[in-house]
Each structure stands twice: as C-alpha cells, then as structure tokens.
Design a protein. Structure first.
Lengths: 545, 271
C-alpha cells in the first residue's frame, strides 16, 4: 500500500520576504504546515481564493518556489525520495521526467518563434527519454487524444496560428509527452471562454484517465474541479480548511468556509416587470477607425430605469464595444442612442456635463481604473468637485458618506489604491460612480477579476444600491451565474450581433437558439458527472444531425 | 528610511556644489579676474589650487564657474523639461494630426546635430546668458519631448485616463493630474542625465568660444584657457575638467536614488 503513494508532503512551511513600501523588509509565511498525500493515478484538486497558497503548494511538488519564495520546513517525498532539500542537479533530472507543469496562460508560456512540435517534444529529447521520431509519434498520439484538429500537422504550426483553447491542449500534450508520474495543472482553463473551457476540460480529463497519470489540479472554481478531481483540498490563508472526496465536499461540506464556497452561486434575483426605457439603443452599427469590419451589427436593446440589462457573450462578441458606443468613446456609424428622453450625441465631445454625469462606468480591472498616484479621497472626491462644485470639508464629508455606503469604514480616504484589496478597489470604483448620482451605470465585467466570495459581496452591494437609488445597470459579463443573480433583461451577443434578447425568464427558458444553448450548457455545474453528460448529449445531437 | 551609500555620496557632493554656487561671493578668496600670481603657479598657501594662464587664482575661478555653470544648466534643463514634457503629454493625449505635426517637427530638429544648430544660432544672436539658456533649453526639449510622449502614450491607454475623459475632464487636468504623477519617475531620471548634458554642452560651447563670455568664467571655458598648460605638465586644465566629472557623477547618483524611491512608491508604475 505504501509504495502506492506518489507524493507525500508533511508539515510544509513556505516563506517569502516582502518589501512593503517605506518599511524595512520582513519575513512572511505563506503556507503554514500543510500535509498532503497523493496516490498514483489519482487527481487532487487544490481550491481556494487568490493568496490561499494553492499555486505555491502545487509548485512545491516539484520543489520549486516562484520569485523568492522559499520552502522553509517540512518534507516533500516524491516517489519515495525527499526532494525539498535536493540539489539542483537532482531537481533538474526530476522536473520534466517525473513531474510536469501546465500553466494558466498557454499563450504566454509558448515561445512564439518556435513551432509547437519542437516545444512539445523538447523535454523528451533533453532528458533522453525518446528519440526524435519516437517523441514525435508520441506527441501526435497525444494531439489526437486531446481532440486537436489535424493531429499529424498541427505540430508544424506556430503558437499564434492556433486558438487559445487549442494552445492550452498543446500545453497539456507537452506535459504528458515525457510520460510523467505527476502533472501539476495550474488554473489551465481560467483564461478561456466558457464554451472553450468545456472542450479543454473534457480533453484534460480523458487524457488523465487514459494515461493513468496523477495530477494536482489547481483552480478557484469549485464547479470546474468537481468535474476532474477525485479528492478536493480547500485552502485558505495558507492553511488547509477541509479535505475530502469530491462528492462529500460539494454535497456535504463540513467547514463554514467550504459551505460559503459551495453556495456562492445560488444568489437569485426576481426579475422586475417591463417598464418604459430610460436607455434606448436603436440599430447601432459601429466599426473601429481604419477598419472595414463592423464590430457591432444593427444592435437594438433598451433598458428601463431601475433595472438591469445583462449583455452576455464570449470574448470578441462585441459586448464591451457596445459599452464604448453608449459612452461615446466609439461613435457609431449608424443608429441612435437615446437616454432619458434626449438623443445622445454620438461623439464624446458633443455631450453635455449632465449627459456625462448621468452615465457612469465601472471597469473590469479596478487596478487600472484608478490612478495609482491619487488617494481614495481624491478619486471619489473629484466627481463631486466637477459636477456639484463641492469643496473642502463639505466634499470630505460626502466622500466619507459614500465610503460608508459601500461598506468601507473610516481611514480609507487617505489610502492609495495599492493599499486596498481587490474587492475594496472595486468598491471604491463603485463609490466614484455613485458620487456622480448617475441614472445609468455600465458595469464591464466588474466581478470577473475577483474571487467568488468577494464577487458575491460586490453583486449584493450593487443590488442593494439599485433598490435604494433606482439606478439602471448595463451589466456586461461572460458569466451566466452572475447574469442569473442580477439581471431583469438579457441580450446574448455573438460576433457583434444580438442573437437573443428579452426578459430574463424568456431568454433563459427553452426553446433556445443554437448559440444560447451552447453557452448555457457550457456553464459548469457543481455536480459530479456533469461534464460527461454534456459531452454525451452533444455527441448524440451531432450524431442525429 | 535607509539611504544607500551611493546616494549619500551623491547627495553630499551635489549639496556641496549647490552650496558653493549659492554662497560664491563669501567663499571665493579672490575676485574673479584678479591677477594675483604668476602664470601657472603650483599649489601654495596663497593659491590653494594654483593659478591659471594669466595668473588668476584657480580656486576662485572654479567657485565662480560653479555658479555660472550650474545656473545656466539648471535654468535650461528646467526650460527643456517644462516645455518638452508639456508638449509631449499634449501630443500623446491629442493624438491625430497634432501629434503628427509636433512629432515630425521634433524629428526634423533632431535630425541635425544639436551642436551645429546651436553654433549657427549663437553666431547670429547676441551672446548673453538669456540667449544661451533659451538655445540650450529649446534644443534639449526635443529629447524630453520624445521621452515624455513615449511614456504618456502608455499611460493614456489606461482605464483611469479613459474614466477621466468620460467624466468630462479638461486636457490640463488629464495632463497634470492623471499623467504627470505617473510619468514622473522616468522624467526625474532623465532630468539627472539632461542636466549633465546641459553642463557639457555649455562647456563645449565655451570651449569653442561661443558660450559664456569673459570676464565670467565657466568650467568649460577654463579648460580651454588652460589647455596649453597640459603640454608643460601643469594641472590647471585638469581641475575644471575634474569638477565637471564630479558634478556629473554626483547628480546622477542622486537621480538614480530618486528613481528607485519613486518607482517603488505605493504601487506606481514599475513598483
């Protein structure tokens, strides 16, 4: 039984040196004594929010600490050998032979100047595991297994010549090519669209099953890991919260934190009755300057006051472009946008101060949406100065009121954005929008960069603010769980056109058009076997056609 | 806050130079054009650093030279930065034809070596400090323009600049409040470098006889006056040259330190 154990980590402590601005460097502990056992051929999911230490623990399985991170104490046994203190030569022969790694962004990890095949078989050749023809044959077999198109020739392409989902599968092939005992998957599907994610996930799962390799699967998405892992370990602040079989974790979690993670997607919102629109987008067509391709094609949607219109679609569907057309950043070539009874000038320069004040925007990346050299007080106070001419103490008072409104306490006004957490940053952006007393807020993927629990808090705040002030939201997202949680109306976009539009209950009930069906069925559900049933369903459909 | 050794040395030297430049009248043992000794005398109690080609005290002339050299270099660098940075940011935020016209004009000026342009202009205009500062400042501003435009182009695509535009902010707010604080680090580093280029430029012009005019002294001019002494093994020309080198190094040590300090400030660019 004991020789069945592939990886055994005991009492692992991981530390690093942090350099806070203006203070002397100090030692911080990232992981506090984690134990972990992985048997051959099993898949362990590591889950937690950002900063939980999941990637750090994952990388320690090959005795590696990224960027100044040190494995300070504990033991790591791989194939019965202690590797935490192993020397560089021993580690070199181990990495790529016994352990391999699949990173989050395949696009950033491939060398753009080399053909895919050359990179996929590189480890095999450098470790002398196979001759070049053997390694190439292995790679082609893996390409086929991973469902890549034309497996014989895809290796001759360069990384930019395949799609993001295909590149992620190539990277999986690269990891499996040397026939390792353990593969570390570090958020392999997080950067992909939901419709692409499902294919990659299915391919990874099948490859793991067929090759009998063991895996550590790191992700923040519980529904994703539930499809792939045999066991799940929940991590928080560098400590283990809960460890159990996948079924137990998602059906009967023991710890409160795990319960919160499991129930996070269950936020529901009762749709409001149709009403007279405050924003009307009529037949809007737009293209970027110097191109001849319409990124928005004849889009018509409207949005009543105090309600939420969710715009859904995958990347490149034109949903953010729609926001740019409404705000005036990209003047449409055709069509008309009316707001609160008046026609908005197509161009930003032609809009009045009130037009600008009443339409506010919140961005996906709160980091880049706030000037890093301005304090929170300046960031929130500026719209007050500009629109309402508030100065000095009066302004500071209102800033504090707004901070209270977004559930942040005293003392934040003097801080810089870098001194806030991700959720706090997004809250400050909401406060900046609120400061203008807008009638419409455009929310561009405001929760997609946040951890699920934090995102949940932001959505609840937005709903509470809407109930209080009757603002309308245009909510751009690719996440259908968010759509369910917040919207009254939905517009599904695909390649620049609205393919489905209406009240939430109508859009989310059958019969669906093909694209909406694909989109809806691709959202991972938190139950085991969901992936197989969707894939089986799709195969059946395509066989029937 | 810990100041690294290199920055301490830089601060001490730069501080000394500035002190000397400000309190010249009280520090110099002799007047600027007093002939108090023989030609190229060695170091003595009377003349701590010896005398120059016509018997003037070298220490006194170095001290007066510090004032003129640093004042002209500083004034022209400040002019170059105010003008170059503002126009660079303006070009980056405006884009389109404004950017094209400004950038191409700057390319045109930069295509001709600045020393030649300066020589041509200075040979026509009256030679005084104001003209000198204006000419050096304007020529240097083209370099600053290129840098600040490149830095600002990266910043104008940030969401917070877009947010400011959507809010209805005017161009001056965007340039001075959104872009400038985030572009400061590379500009400060460049300032250290440009200041020294200005010192060298003045020295070059003076060496060629078109810079600071007698009886005022500056370090470049002093090298010129005393260069013949090198043949006879006199150190008179080496001393102002050493002063130029010491100033160049010390200002850059300080600029490097400010650069690392500001770029690690509260999550700023490159922090």
């Amino acid at each position: 039984m004991a020789d069945n154990i592939l990886l055994q980590i005991k009492g692992l402590v991981i530390g690093a040196t942090s350099y806070p601005p203006g203070e002397p460097p100090k030692e911080v502990t990232l992981v506090h004594g984690v134990d972990l056992t992985l048997k051959r051929g099993r898949v362990l999911g590591l889950i937690g929010e950002s900063g939980a230490g999941k990637s750090t623990i994952g990388l320690s399985a090959m005795s590696y600490g990224r960027g100044g991170v040190r494995l300070t104490a504990g033991t790591i046994h791989l194939n019965g050998r202690e590797i935490r203190l192993a020397d560089a030569r021993a580690l070199r022969s181990l990495r790529g032979r016994e352990v391999t790694y699949v990173s989050q962004s395949a696009a950033a990890s491939f060398n753009p100047a080399k053909q895919i095949m050359e990179q996929v078989i590189e480890t095999c050749l450098s470790h002398g595991l196979a001759s070049k023809p053997e390694a190439e044959a292995r790679a082609v077999a893996l390409f086929r297994k991973l469902g890549l198109p034309s497996p014989e020739t895809i290796g001759n392409r360069y990384p930019h010549q395949v799609s993001g989902g295909q590149l992620q599968r190539c990277m999986t092939a690269m990891a499996l090519c040397p026939k390792p005992d353990l593969v570390i998957f570090d958020e392999p599907t997080t950067a992909l669209d939901v419709t692409t994610q499902i294919d990659v996930l299915a391919a990874i799962k099948e490859a793991i099953r067929d090759t009998g390799v063991a895996a550590l699967y790191i992700t923040h998405d519980l529904a994703v890991v539930a499809q792939v892992a045999d066991e799940i370990m929940v991590l928080r602040h560098g400590r283990m919260v809960e460890l159990g079989e996948t079924g137990q974790i998602i059906k009967a979690p023991v710890q409160d934190y795990t319960k919160a993670l499991v129930s996070v997607r269950s936020l529901d919102h009762v749709e409001k009755a149709p009403a007279a629109p405050i924003l009307q987008v009529q037949n809007v067509t737009a293209r970027y300057r110097g191109t001849s391709f319409d990124v928005l094609k004849n889009v018509t949607v409207d949005l009543p006051a105090g309600q939420t219109l969710a715009v859904v679609g995958e990347s490149g569907s034109g949903k953010s472009t729609l926001a740019r057309a409404i705000t005036g950043l990209l003047p449409p070539s055709q069509g008309r946008i009316t707001f609160a009874g008046r026609t908005l000038s197509a161009d930003l320069a032609g809009r009045s101060k009130d037009d600008l004040r009443e339409v506010q925007m919140i961005y996906q990346m709160a980091d880049t949406a706030m000037n890093p050299r301005q304090t929170v007080g300046t960031i929130i106070g500026r719209p007050l100065e500009l629109y309402f001419n508030l100065k000095g103490a009066e302004r500071d008072l209102r800033v504090q009121e707004l901070l209270d409104h977004i559930e942040m306490g005293k003392g934040f006004a003097a801080r810089y954005p870098a001194e806030l957490s991700g959720g706090q940053k997004q809250r400050v952006c909401i406060a900046r929008a609120l400061a203008a007393k807008p009638k419409l807020i455009i929310c561009d993927e405001v929760t997609s960069a946040l951890d699920p629990l934090v995102a949940d808090g932001i959505l609840k705040l937005l709903l509470a603010l809407q109930a209080e002030t009757q603002m309308a939201y245009l909510f751009i997202t690719h996440d259908l769980a968010t759509v369910r949680a917040i919207s009254d109306k939905i517009a599904v976009m695909f390649k620049g056109a609205v393919v489905r539009y209406g009240q939430k209950s109508d859009v989310l009930s059958p019969p669906y058009d093909d694209y909406t069906d694909l989109l809806l069925s691709s959202v991972p559900e938190m139950e085991q076997g969901w992936l197989e049933s969707v894939i089986a369903h799709r195969k059946m459909e395509s066989a029937g056609n | 806050m810990r100041i690294p050794l290199s920055a301490l040395i830089g601060l001490a030297l730069t501080g000394t130079f500035l002190f000397v430049a400000i309190f010249t009248q009280w520090l110099a043992p002799y007047a600027i054009d007093d002939t108090t000794g023989g030609q190229w005398e060695g170091f003595s109690r009377m003349h701590l650093l010896g005398t120059d080609t016509i018997g003037r005290d070298i220490l006194s002339r170095l001290i007066y030279g510090a004032q003129v050299t640093i004042f002209v270099a500083l004034a022209s660098s400040i002019l170059a930065f105010s003008l170059g940075a503002f126009l660079g940011f303006f070009a980056a935020t405006s884009g389109g034809w404004v950017d094209q016209i400004l950038s191409r004009f700057v390319d045109l000026v930069m295509a001709v070596p600045s020393l030649i342009v300066a020589l041509v202009i200075l040979s026509v205009l009256p030679l005084n400090l104001t003209v000198l500062i204006l000419v050096i400042g304007l020529l240097d501003s083209t370099r600053v323009f290129r840098l600040s435009r490149a830095v600002a182009v990266d910043i104008t695509v940030m969401d917070y600049v877009e947010a400011a535009k959507l809010r209805g902010e005017k161009g001056t707010w965007i340039i001075f409040r959104e872009i400038l604080p985030n572009a400061l680090s590379p500009l400060v580093a460049e300032f250290g470098l440009r200041f020294i280029f200005a010192v060298l430029f003045i020295s070059t012009l003076s060496f060629l006889g078109l810079g600071i005019q007698p009886p005022l002294s500056d370090w470049g001019g002093m090298v010129k006056e005393n260069k013949d002494g090198l043949i006879y093994g006199k150190s008179a020309a080496m001393l102002p040259a050493a002063a130029i080198a010491a100033l160049a190094i010390s200002v850059n040590l300080v600029a490097d330190w400010i650069l690392t300090r500001t770029s690690s400030l509260k999550g700023g660019r490159g922090g």
